[in-house]
Design a binder for this molecule. Structure first.
Ligand code: TYD
Length: 143
């Protein structure tokens, strides 16, 4: 599932803004990997288009803007990210796509584990099958 992550910040205009993400306090998982994406010169670029089996991430737009599309297999959501202090938690089993990048967009991602291609689900049909069976599994254990 997803949720919002609000960072601490110190605004010192015109001398800059400082933003802070601390594991546990701002981000509800130990941070084991950080990556960022820049140079989004192609306005038609579409990134993401996958879900993760176990990985938890927090995604931020630290400059510019982009649109984050989320799909948990049941509900779709579209979020405009344009505030460096406000990130979105990307829990496991959440199909996510990024698009509509401003030319100056910079994306920062904090992740709970090191890179593993095995953790990716890159096929939307497989994602739907897995999220459907996970959900019916959750229901049957609750009964
Ligand atoms: P990918 O996660 O598919 O990018 P996005 O979701 O932003 O479109 O990653 C793109 C490529 O980079 C892919 O070949 C895997 C590689 N990669 C790593 O090797 N390590 C990493 O930590 C990440 C995030 C990607």
């Amino acid at each position: 599932h997803s949720g919002l992550v609000d960072l601490s910040f110190f605004h010192d205009p015109p001398d800059g803004n400082l933003f802070i993400a601390e594991a546990k306090w701002h981000v509800p998982f130990p941070i084991r990997r950080v990556y960022f994406i820049n140079n989004l010169a192609n306005r038609a670029a579409v990134r993401g288009k996958h879900a993760h089996r176990k990985l938890q991430q927090a995604i931020f737009c630290i400059n510019g803007a982009f649109t984050l599309h989320l799909d948990d297999g049941r509900t779709r959501q579209r979020l405009l990210l344009n505030d460096p202090s406000r990130g979105v938690l990307l829990g496991p089993m959440l199909w996510h796509t990024m698009s509509g990048f401003s030319y100056d967009c910079v994306i920062l991602v904090l992740a709970s584990a090191r890179f593993s291609e095995r953790d990716y689900i890159r096929d939307y049909g497989e994602f739907q099958r897995l999220s459907r069976s996970a959900k019916s599994g959750t229901r049957s254990t609750r009964r």
